[in-house]
Design a protein around this ligand. Structure first.
Ligand SMILES: *[C@@H]1O[C@H](CO)[C@@H](O)[C@H](O)[C@H]1NC(C)=O
Ligand SMILES: *[C@@H]1O[C@H](CO)[C@@H](O)[C@H](O)[C@H]1NC(C)=O
Ligand SMILES: *[C@@H]1O[C@H](CO)[C@@H](O)[C@H](O)[C@H]1NC(C)=O
Ligand SMILES: *[C@@H]1O[C@H](CO)[C@@H](O)[C@H](O)[C@H]1NC(C)=O
Ligand SMILES: *[C@@H]1O[C@H](CO)[C@@H](O)[C@H](O)[C@H]1NC(C)=O
Ligand SMILES: *[C@@H]1O[C@H](CO)[C@@H](O)[C@H](O)[C@H]1NC(C)=O
Length: 399
């Protein structure tokens, strides 16, 4: 691919903190951020000094870097690109980067994909080989690649989806729009929350060959607009619950999960509006994450609960059946919290605010799950506009 040789030259890492921490240093963890301004940013957190600094930036991952997935064992970062999202012009891309001991990134490959990549997840086969499944929002599709990719890799499979019938919210549900690919707690299935068609799509993983095969899609309530998923489990098959954050309905749905003979079976088990009053009409829910099978967090873009900032809702999951109750809202320390992630130790939450283009690191009490004070915050990259695809797109801890 022509673009690669020129990219190889462009991979000069701008290093402002030249003693970059290793990715295993818990005092000084590294975070990576994708941004619709066409960059991947590297941030260095110092938990003692309570400072967050820009350690580097790399122009890579196409015109609209939208999502990062980190393979910690292979020290490889994957980035998908949402190009093709508007006017259906252009294709998305998938790029891979090796993370060196000091945290710098070196691009190893870039391939063209279907349009509009917005999320990806790694799954593996019985021999430990890895694969990546990508959700293509604008492409109305899911594709998968065998890892590692090289410049001439092509998709192993592609699945394109159409609307099953007239949509409930025509302005957003003009076509199938897969928004996330994620795996079940046992690593046997890839699930896809399809915002456009109000479906949870379920694929079994062929553990011998890494291929996916499609089960019947699960229809959710019309107009929900399922965006992201997260799991609660006590470790027993019969005690598994799936939460879905619904971008259009601004609810979190709970589904009881059964491991059937040939497929995962979902059963509706209620929903909650994670808000102490009527949710503001401008709000659009984004991510949902579960920690310790009891603490559930949801990001609420553009609710302006803490002007000029939006909020993160903290919910408690029942330890017996996973049902949800709202605790409270806390500030997201910026506008449009598209993305957030808890570190492995459960002590810090990194919030990525899309429109204000900042990352805020917030303390998390590992016992109660409550979010506490701000540890550090950094604004960098081009700021965006609420509702547009033009600011910070995803943040991850490299651990
Ligand atoms: C980081 O590691 C890479 C690869 O080992 C090396 O090329 C680069 O010079 C190092 N950068 C710094 C700032 O130490
Ligand atoms: C983590 O980084 C800090 C600052 O660079 C350093 O003092 C400390 O020794 C490192 N810890 C480990 C376990 O590498
Ligand atoms: C698509 O949107 C991106 C980000 O908003 C913008 O940079 C790009 O110019 C747009 N492309 C087209 C063809 O409209
Ligand atoms: C690029 O996008 C077009 C239009 O959606 C699609 O038909 C084609 O397969 C894509 N190319 C690749 C390599 O995925
Ligand atoms: C809702 O969003 C619109 C468009 O961005 C803005 O003009 C309006 O002030 C917002 N309303 C509230 C209550 O924030
Ligand atoms: C949120 O709720 C938790 C647990 O109930 C509590 O510990 C914390 O202080 C609350 N935070 C705020 C800002 O209300």
């Amino acid at each position: 691919m022509r673009a690669i040789s020129h990219l190889a030259v462009a991979i000069t890492f701008v290093c402002t903190v030249c003693a970059l921490p290793t990715t295993t240093n818990t005092t000084n963890p590294t975070l990576y951020v994708s941004h619709y301004d066409g960059h991947i940013y590297t941030l260095a957190l110092d938990t003692v000094e309570r400072s967050l600094t820009l350690a580097g930036s790399l122009k890579a991952c196409g015109d609209m870097p939208s999502w990062l997935t980190y393979d910690s064992a292979g020290r490889t970062l994957y980035c998908v690109d949402e190009s093709g999202f508007n006017a259906s012009i252009g294709n998305g891309t998938l790029s891979s980067f090796i993370v060196s001991g000091n945290g710098t990134l070196s691009q190893t490959a870039k391939v063209t994909t279907l349009p509009g990549g917005v999320a990806s997840v790694i799954y593996n086969d019985i021999d430990g080989r890895n694969y990546l499944a990508i959700a293509h929002y604008q492409g109305s599709a899911v594709s998968n690649f065998a890892l590692p990719i090289s410049d001439d890799s092509t998709a192993l499979q592609t699945f394109e989806f159409t609307l099953p019938g007239p949509p409930t919210v025509p302005s957003r549900q003009d076509a199938a729009h897969p928004h996330e690919t994620f795996i079940d707690p046992k690593g046997e299935y890839v699930l896809v929350s399809d915002l456009g068609s109000d479906r949870i799509r379920i694929f079994t993983i062929d553990k011998a060959r890494g291929e996916l095969s499609q089960c019947d899609a699960f229809a959710v309530k019309g107009g929900n607009g399922p965006r992201h998923g997260a799991w609660w489990t006590t470790g027993l098959d019969e005690n598994t619950v799936l939460y879905i954050s619904n971008e259009l309905a601004n609810t979190v749905s709970t589904y009881k999960v059964t491991y059937g003979d040939s497929c995962l079976v979902l059963e509706e088990d209620g929903e909650i509006v994670p808000y102490p009053k009527d949710i503001p009409s401008n709000a659009t829910m984004a991510e949902v994450h579960v920690f310790d099978d009891k603490d559930v967090y949801v990001s609420l873009r553009n609710d302006q609960a803490f002007p000029p900032s939006d909020s993160i809702a903290f919910l408690q999951a029942s330890t017996t059946d996973g049902s949800l109750a709202l605790n409270n809202l806390t500030t997201s320390y910026g506008k449009t919290p598209r993305t957030f992630v808890v570190n492995k130790a459960g002590t810090l939450l990194a919030i990525g605010n899309e429109a204000s283009s900042d990352v805020a690191i917030v303390e998390r009490n590992p016992k109660t799950g409550a979010l506490g004070s701000l540890v550090a915050q950094l604004q960098f990259g081009a700021q965006g506009t609420p509702g547009q695809e033009d600011g910070l797109s995803s943040v991850i801890w490299a651990e």
